[in-house]
Design a protein around this ligand. Structure first.
Ligand SMILES: NC(=O)c1ccc[n+]([C@@H]2O[C@H](COP(=O)([O-])OP(=O)(O)OC[C@H]3O[C@@H](n4cnc5c(N)ncnc54)[C@H](O)[C@@H]3O)[C@@H](O)[C@H]2O)c1
Length: 340
Protein backbone atom coordinates (compact mmCIF):
# COMPACT_ATOMS: atom_id res chain seq x y z
CA UNK A 1 0.00 0.00 0.00
CA UNK A 2 1.68 3.19 -1.16
CA UNK A 3 1.73 6.14 1.21
CA UNK A 4 0.71 9.51 -0.23
CA UNK A 5 1.08 12.92 1.39
CA UNK A 6 -1.78 15.29 0.67
CA UNK A 7 -1.04 18.84 1.76
CA UNK A 8 -4.15 20.96 2.29
CA UNK A 9 -5.99 17.65 2.51
CA UNK A 10 -8.76 19.03 4.72
CA UNK A 11 -9.62 21.74 2.19
CA UNK A 12 -12.27 21.60 -0.52
CA UNK A 13 -10.45 19.76 -3.32
CA UNK A 14 -7.96 18.02 -1.01
CA UNK A 15 -10.64 16.29 1.08
CA UNK A 16 -12.40 14.90 -2.00
CA UNK A 17 -9.06 13.69 -3.34
CA UNK A 18 -8.25 11.92 -0.06
CA UNK A 19 -11.55 10.03 -0.38
CA UNK A 20 -10.70 8.90 -3.93
CA UNK A 21 -7.13 7.94 -2.96
CA UNK A 22 -8.38 5.81 -0.07
CA UNK A 23 -11.05 4.27 -2.30
CA UNK A 24 -8.35 2.76 -4.53
CA UNK A 25 -6.21 1.61 -1.62
CA UNK A 26 -3.62 4.33 -1.02
CA UNK A 27 -2.59 5.11 2.53
CA UNK A 28 -2.99 8.84 3.05
CA UNK A 29 -1.23 11.30 5.32
CA UNK A 30 -2.74 14.77 5.44
CA UNK A 31 -0.93 17.94 6.38
CA UNK A 32 -3.10 21.00 6.98
CA UNK A 33 -2.70 24.06 9.21
CA UNK A 34 -6.51 24.53 9.34
CA UNK A 35 -6.09 28.12 8.11
CA UNK A 36 -8.98 27.58 5.70
CA UNK A 37 -10.54 24.33 6.90
CA UNK A 38 -11.73 22.47 9.94
CA UNK A 39 -10.57 19.29 11.64
CA UNK A 40 -14.17 18.02 11.48
CA UNK A 41 -13.60 17.34 7.75
CA UNK A 42 -11.63 14.29 8.94
CA UNK A 43 -14.88 12.82 10.28
CA UNK A 44 -16.57 13.32 6.91
CA UNK A 45 -13.73 11.57 5.09
CA UNK A 46 -13.68 8.74 7.62
CA UNK A 47 -17.40 8.26 7.43
CA UNK A 48 -17.34 7.98 3.61
CA UNK A 49 -14.32 5.66 3.37
CA UNK A 50 -14.47 3.81 6.71
CA UNK A 51 -10.81 4.69 7.08
CA UNK A 52 -9.30 7.54 9.04
CA UNK A 53 -6.34 9.15 7.27
CA UNK A 54 -3.31 10.13 9.32
CA UNK A 55 -3.49 13.85 10.06
CA UNK A 56 -0.68 16.21 11.08
CA UNK A 57 -1.58 19.79 11.89
CA UNK A 58 1.38 21.67 10.59
CA UNK A 59 2.10 25.02 8.94
CA UNK A 60 4.14 24.36 5.81
CA UNK A 61 5.64 27.85 6.04
CA UNK A 62 7.69 26.48 8.92
CA UNK A 63 10.61 24.91 7.12
CA UNK A 64 11.91 22.91 10.07
CA UNK A 65 8.47 21.36 10.64
CA UNK A 66 8.42 20.24 7.01
CA UNK A 67 11.91 18.70 7.40
CA UNK A 68 10.90 16.94 10.62
CA UNK A 69 7.76 15.59 8.98
CA UNK A 70 9.75 13.95 6.18
CA UNK A 71 12.24 12.50 8.64
CA UNK A 72 9.29 10.69 10.22
CA UNK A 73 7.61 9.74 6.93
CA UNK A 74 10.50 8.91 4.60
CA UNK A 75 8.44 6.19 2.90
CA UNK A 76 6.12 8.58 1.09
CA UNK A 77 5.79 7.68 -2.58
CA UNK A 78 3.95 10.73 -3.82
CA UNK A 79 2.93 14.21 -2.77
CA UNK A 80 -0.19 16.05 -3.89
CA UNK A 81 0.35 19.67 -2.97
CA UNK A 82 -2.93 21.54 -2.54
CA UNK A 83 -1.96 23.76 0.39
CA UNK A 84 -2.09 27.39 -0.66
CA UNK A 85 -4.04 30.57 -0.10
CA UNK A 86 -6.54 31.08 -2.89
CA UNK A 87 -8.55 34.30 -2.55
CA UNK A 88 -7.74 36.48 -5.56
CA UNK A 89 -8.97 39.73 -3.94
CA UNK A 90 -7.04 39.10 -0.73
CA UNK A 91 -3.90 38.43 -2.78
CA UNK A 92 -4.17 41.92 -4.30
CA UNK A 93 -4.50 43.42 -0.80
CA UNK A 94 -1.74 41.33 0.73
CA UNK A 95 0.63 40.05 -1.97
CA UNK A 96 3.41 39.03 0.42
CA UNK A 97 1.12 36.70 2.31
CA UNK A 98 0.40 34.95 -0.99
CA UNK A 99 3.98 34.84 -2.23
CA UNK A 100 5.12 33.55 1.14
CA UNK A 101 2.44 30.93 1.62
CA UNK A 102 2.15 29.69 -1.95
CA UNK A 103 5.81 29.76 -2.95
CA UNK A 104 7.78 29.07 0.23
CA UNK A 105 5.66 26.02 1.01
CA UNK A 106 6.18 24.74 -2.53
CA UNK A 107 9.95 25.19 -2.30
CA UNK A 108 10.22 23.46 1.10
CA UNK A 109 8.09 20.62 -0.18
CA UNK A 110 10.10 20.11 -3.37
CA UNK A 111 13.38 20.08 -1.44
CA UNK A 112 12.10 17.19 0.64
CA UNK A 113 10.50 15.35 -2.28
CA UNK A 114 13.90 15.30 -4.01
CA UNK A 115 15.25 13.23 -1.12
CA UNK A 116 12.57 10.52 -1.34
CA UNK A 117 13.01 7.09 -2.95
CA UNK A 118 10.10 7.91 -5.25
CA UNK A 119 9.96 11.62 -6.10
CA UNK A 120 6.44 12.02 -7.47
CA UNK A 121 4.76 15.39 -7.22
CA UNK A 122 1.34 16.71 -8.27
CA UNK A 123 0.77 20.46 -8.19
CA UNK A 124 -2.54 22.36 -8.01
CA UNK A 125 -2.31 24.83 -10.82
CA UNK A 126 -5.08 26.84 -12.39
CA UNK A 127 -6.54 28.00 -15.66
CA UNK A 128 -5.75 31.53 -14.43
CA UNK A 129 -2.30 30.97 -15.97
CA UNK A 130 -3.93 31.48 -19.40
CA UNK A 131 -5.61 34.81 -18.57
CA UNK A 132 -8.03 35.75 -21.35
CA UNK A 133 -6.84 33.22 -23.90
CA UNK A 134 -7.03 34.18 -27.55
CA UNK A 135 -8.69 30.94 -28.63
CA UNK A 136 -11.41 28.75 -27.10
CA UNK A 137 -11.26 26.00 -26.04
CA UNK A 138 -7.92 26.53 -24.31
CA UNK A 139 -5.20 23.98 -25.00
CA UNK A 140 -2.17 23.38 -22.76
CA UNK A 141 0.03 25.04 -25.37
CA UNK A 142 -1.86 28.35 -25.16
CA UNK A 143 0.53 31.07 -24.02
CA UNK A 144 0.77 31.85 -20.34
CA UNK A 145 -0.39 35.49 -20.05
CA UNK A 146 0.83 38.05 -17.51
CA UNK A 147 -0.98 37.22 -14.27
CA UNK A 148 -3.96 39.37 -13.27
CA UNK A 149 -3.28 38.99 -9.54
CA UNK A 150 -0.56 37.94 -7.11
CA UNK A 151 -2.54 34.72 -6.57
CA UNK A 152 -2.45 33.94 -10.29
CA UNK A 153 1.22 34.85 -10.36
CA UNK A 154 1.97 32.29 -7.62
CA UNK A 155 0.54 29.58 -9.89
CA UNK A 156 2.68 30.72 -12.84
CA UNK A 157 5.82 31.03 -10.74
CA UNK A 158 4.97 27.76 -9.03
CA UNK A 159 4.93 25.96 -12.38
CA UNK A 160 8.25 27.61 -13.32
CA UNK A 161 9.85 26.53 -10.04
CA UNK A 162 8.76 22.95 -10.65
CA UNK A 163 9.81 23.00 -14.30
CA UNK A 164 13.28 24.39 -13.50
CA UNK A 165 13.72 21.85 -10.70
CA UNK A 166 12.67 18.97 -12.97
CA UNK A 167 15.21 20.03 -15.63
CA UNK A 168 18.14 19.35 -13.35
CA UNK A 169 16.62 16.49 -11.35
CA UNK A 170 15.67 13.69 -13.72
CA UNK A 171 14.43 11.60 -10.79
CA UNK A 172 11.78 14.16 -9.96
CA UNK A 173 8.51 13.49 -11.77
CA UNK A 174 5.88 16.20 -11.60
CA UNK A 175 2.49 16.96 -13.05
CA UNK A 176 0.76 20.33 -12.84
CA UNK A 177 -3.01 20.01 -13.11
CA UNK A 178 -4.56 23.22 -14.36
CA UNK A 179 -8.01 23.26 -12.80
CA UNK A 180 -10.84 25.14 -14.39
CA UNK A 181 -13.72 25.94 -11.97
CA UNK A 182 -14.23 23.25 -9.33
CA UNK A 183 -17.75 23.12 -7.87
CA UNK A 184 -20.08 20.71 -6.11
CA UNK A 185 -19.62 18.35 -3.19
CA UNK A 186 -19.39 14.66 -2.45
CA UNK A 187 -22.73 12.99 -3.33
CA UNK A 188 -22.96 11.70 0.27
CA UNK A 189 -23.08 15.37 1.43
CA UNK A 190 -20.48 14.44 4.08
CA UNK A 191 -17.80 16.76 2.70
CA UNK A 192 -18.01 19.87 0.53
CA UNK A 193 -16.84 23.45 0.21
CA UNK A 194 -16.69 25.44 3.45
CA UNK A 195 -16.09 29.07 2.53
CA UNK A 196 -15.09 31.28 5.44
CA UNK A 197 -17.02 34.56 5.36
CA UNK A 198 -18.55 35.85 2.13
CA UNK A 199 -17.95 33.30 -0.64
CA UNK A 200 -15.60 34.43 -3.41
CA UNK A 201 -16.92 31.91 -5.91
CA UNK A 202 -20.19 31.77 -7.77
CA UNK A 203 -21.61 28.43 -6.68
CA UNK A 204 -21.32 28.76 -2.89
CA UNK A 205 -22.76 32.26 -3.27
CA UNK A 206 -25.70 30.81 -5.18
CA UNK A 207 -26.35 28.02 -2.66
CA UNK A 208 -26.04 30.42 0.29
CA UNK A 209 -28.51 32.75 -1.40
CA UNK A 210 -30.81 29.80 -2.03
CA UNK A 211 -30.52 28.88 1.66
CA UNK A 212 -31.45 32.42 2.70
CA UNK A 213 -28.03 33.37 4.09
CA UNK A 214 -27.52 36.05 1.43
CA UNK A 215 -30.28 38.28 0.20
CA UNK A 216 -29.42 38.25 -3.45
CA UNK A 217 -26.72 37.31 -5.92
CA UNK A 218 -25.10 39.95 -8.11
CA UNK A 219 -24.37 38.86 -11.67
CA UNK A 220 -21.44 41.01 -12.68
CA UNK A 221 -22.20 42.17 -16.22
CA UNK A 222 -24.71 41.00 -18.80
CA UNK A 223 -23.17 42.83 -21.73
CA UNK A 224 -20.27 40.50 -22.48
CA UNK A 225 -19.99 39.16 -26.04
CA UNK A 226 -21.58 35.81 -25.13
CA UNK A 227 -24.99 34.32 -26.02
CA UNK A 228 -26.74 35.64 -22.90
CA UNK A 229 -24.24 38.40 -22.11
CA UNK A 230 -22.82 36.80 -18.94
CA UNK A 231 -19.32 35.37 -18.47
CA UNK A 232 -18.53 31.80 -19.42
CA UNK A 233 -16.50 29.32 -17.36
CA UNK A 234 -15.83 25.60 -17.32
CA UNK A 235 -17.38 24.22 -14.13
CA UNK A 236 -16.02 20.85 -13.09
CA UNK A 237 -17.47 18.57 -10.42
CA UNK A 238 -14.99 18.31 -7.55
CA UNK A 239 -15.27 14.49 -7.50
CA UNK A 240 -14.23 14.33 -11.18
CA UNK A 241 -11.36 16.68 -10.36
CA UNK A 242 -10.34 14.55 -7.38
CA UNK A 243 -10.20 11.46 -9.61
CA UNK A 244 -7.88 13.26 -12.02
CA UNK A 245 -5.32 13.44 -9.18
CA UNK A 246 -5.48 9.70 -8.57
CA UNK A 247 -4.96 8.99 -12.27
CA UNK A 248 -2.10 11.49 -12.49
CA UNK A 249 -0.41 9.87 -9.50
CA UNK A 250 -0.83 6.39 -10.98
CA UNK A 251 0.70 7.68 -14.22
CA UNK A 252 3.82 8.66 -12.27
CA UNK A 253 3.91 5.47 -10.20
CA UNK A 254 3.67 3.40 -13.40
CA UNK A 255 6.34 5.50 -15.18
CA UNK A 256 3.90 6.32 -17.97
CA UNK A 257 4.77 10.02 -18.14
CA UNK A 258 6.24 11.34 -21.39
CA UNK A 259 8.52 13.85 -19.66
CA UNK A 260 9.33 14.56 -16.05
CA UNK A 261 7.20 17.70 -16.01
CA UNK A 262 3.79 17.57 -17.62
CA UNK A 263 0.77 19.87 -17.55
CA UNK A 264 -2.87 18.92 -18.10
CA UNK A 265 -6.06 20.93 -18.26
CA UNK A 266 -8.69 19.58 -15.92
CA UNK A 267 -12.11 20.76 -17.04
CA UNK A 268 -15.20 19.45 -18.76
CA UNK A 269 -14.58 21.14 -22.09
CA UNK A 270 -18.01 22.77 -21.82
CA UNK A 271 -18.44 26.46 -21.14
CA UNK A 272 -21.44 27.53 -19.05
CA UNK A 273 -22.62 31.09 -18.53
CA UNK A 274 -23.42 32.55 -15.12
CA UNK A 275 -27.11 32.53 -16.02
CA UNK A 276 -26.91 28.88 -17.05
CA UNK A 277 -25.41 28.02 -13.66
CA UNK A 278 -28.21 29.94 -11.92
CA UNK A 279 -30.81 28.11 -13.98
CA UNK A 280 -29.19 24.76 -13.19
CA UNK A 281 -29.48 25.64 -9.50
CA UNK A 282 -33.13 26.65 -9.92
CA UNK A 283 -33.76 23.39 -11.69
CA UNK A 284 -32.25 21.10 -9.01
CA UNK A 285 -33.56 23.09 -6.04
CA UNK A 286 -37.05 23.73 -7.39
CA UNK A 287 -36.90 27.36 -6.37
CA UNK A 288 -36.16 30.60 -8.12
CA UNK A 289 -33.02 32.42 -7.10
CA UNK A 290 -33.02 36.06 -6.15
CA UNK A 291 -30.39 37.68 -8.38
CA UNK A 292 -29.76 41.04 -9.97
CA UNK A 293 -27.59 42.24 -12.79
CA UNK A 294 -24.74 44.43 -11.53
CA UNK A 295 -21.96 46.29 -13.38
CA UNK A 296 -19.00 44.32 -14.70
CA UNK A 297 -16.31 43.49 -12.15
CA UNK A 298 -12.77 44.61 -12.86
CA UNK A 299 -10.42 41.83 -13.94
CA UNK A 300 -13.14 39.38 -15.04
CA UNK A 301 -12.43 37.73 -18.35
CA UNK A 302 -15.24 36.97 -20.80
CA UNK A 303 -14.76 33.29 -21.37
CA UNK A 304 -12.55 30.37 -20.35
CA UNK A 305 -13.14 26.71 -21.04
CA UNK A 306 -10.77 23.84 -21.51
CA UNK A 307 -9.68 21.81 -24.45
CA UNK A 308 -9.62 18.45 -22.66
CA UNK A 309 -8.13 16.36 -25.47
CA UNK A 310 -4.76 15.95 -23.78
CA UNK A 311 -6.31 14.97 -20.43
CA UNK A 312 -8.73 12.58 -22.18
CA UNK A 313 -6.24 10.84 -24.44
CA UNK A 314 -2.83 11.14 -22.76
CA UNK A 315 -3.81 11.12 -19.09
CA UNK A 316 -6.82 8.86 -19.69
CA UNK A 317 -9.22 10.91 -17.61
CA UNK A 318 -12.55 12.45 -18.53
CA UNK A 319 -15.10 14.42 -16.53
CA UNK A 320 -18.30 12.42 -16.10
CA UNK A 321 -20.69 14.65 -14.17
CA UNK A 322 -22.97 17.28 -15.66
CA UNK A 323 -23.52 20.81 -14.42
CA UNK A 324 -26.86 19.66 -12.99
CA UNK A 325 -25.17 16.81 -11.06
CA UNK A 326 -22.67 19.25 -9.61
CA UNK A 327 -25.32 21.82 -8.65
CA UNK A 328 -27.44 19.09 -7.10
CA UNK A 329 -24.54 17.95 -4.91
CA UNK A 330 -23.68 21.55 -3.98
CA UNK A 331 -27.28 22.20 -2.96
CA UNK A 332 -27.51 18.97 -0.90
CA UNK A 333 -24.32 19.98 0.91
CA UNK A 334 -25.57 23.51 1.61
CA UNK A 335 -28.84 22.13 2.98
CA UNK A 336 -26.93 19.70 5.18
CA UNK A 337 -24.64 22.32 6.72
CA UNK A 338 -27.54 24.73 7.26
CA UNK A 339 -29.78 21.98 8.71
CA UNK A 340 -32.46 22.78 6.15
N1 LIG B 1 -11.03 26.10 -5.65
C1 LIG B 1 -10.68 26.63 -6.82
O1 LIG B 1 -11.49 27.28 -7.48
C2 LIG B 1 -9.29 26.40 -7.37
C3 LIG B 1 -9.04 26.63 -8.74
C4 LIG B 1 -7.74 26.44 -9.23
C5 LIG B 1 -6.72 26.05 -8.37
N2 LIG B 1 -6.98 25.86 -7.05
C6 LIG B 1 -5.90 25.46 -6.16
O2 LIG B 1 -6.20 24.20 -5.61
C7 LIG B 1 -5.65 24.09 -4.29
C8 LIG B 1 -6.74 23.67 -3.33
O3 LIG B 1 -7.81 24.60 -3.40
P1 LIG B 1 -9.10 24.47 -2.49
O4 LIG B 1 -10.21 25.13 -3.22
O5 LIG B 1 -9.26 23.09 -2.01
O6 LIG B 1 -8.67 25.43 -1.30
P2 LIG B 1 -8.89 25.27 0.28
O7 LIG B 1 -8.58 26.58 0.89
O8 LIG B 1 -10.23 24.68 0.56
O9 LIG B 1 -7.77 24.19 0.67
C9 LIG B 1 -6.45 24.54 0.91
C10 LIG B 1 -6.05 23.91 2.23
O10 LIG B 1 -4.68 24.21 2.48
C11 LIG B 1 -4.53 24.56 3.85
N3 LIG B 1 -3.33 25.40 3.93
C12 LIG B 1 -3.15 26.64 3.41
N4 LIG B 1 -1.91 27.10 3.73
C13 LIG B 1 -1.30 26.14 4.46
C14 LIG B 1 -0.03 26.01 5.08
N5 LIG B 1 0.87 27.01 5.06
N6 LIG B 1 0.28 24.87 5.75
C15 LIG B 1 -0.63 23.85 5.81
N7 LIG B 1 -1.86 23.92 5.24
C16 LIG B 1 -2.19 25.04 4.57
C17 LIG B 1 -5.82 25.24 4.22
O11 LIG B 1 -6.10 25.19 5.60
C18 LIG B 1 -6.86 24.46 3.41
O12 LIG B 1 -7.39 23.38 4.15
C19 LIG B 1 -5.02 25.44 -4.01
O13 LIG B 1 -3.66 25.36 -4.32
C20 LIG B 1 -5.73 26.36 -4.96
O14 LIG B 1 -4.94 27.49 -5.29
C21 LIG B 1 -8.25 26.01 -6.54
Amino acid sequence: MKKILVTGGLGFIGSHTVVELQAVGFEVVIIDDLSNSSESVLDGITSITNKKPIFEKLDLKEKSSVENFFRKHNDISGVIHFAASKAVGESVENPLLYYENNLNTLIYMLKEVLGLQESNFIFSSSCTVYGQADKMPITESAPVKPAESPYGNTKQIGEEIISDTCKVNPNLNAIALRYFNPIGAHPSAKIGELPIGVPQNLVPYITQTGAGLRESLSVFGDDYPTADGTCIRDYIHVVDLAKAHVIALQRLHNHKNDSNFETFNVGTGVGSSVLEVIHAFENVSNQSLNYKIAPRREGDITSAFADTKKANTVLGWKAKSSLNDAMDSAWKWEQKIRNL
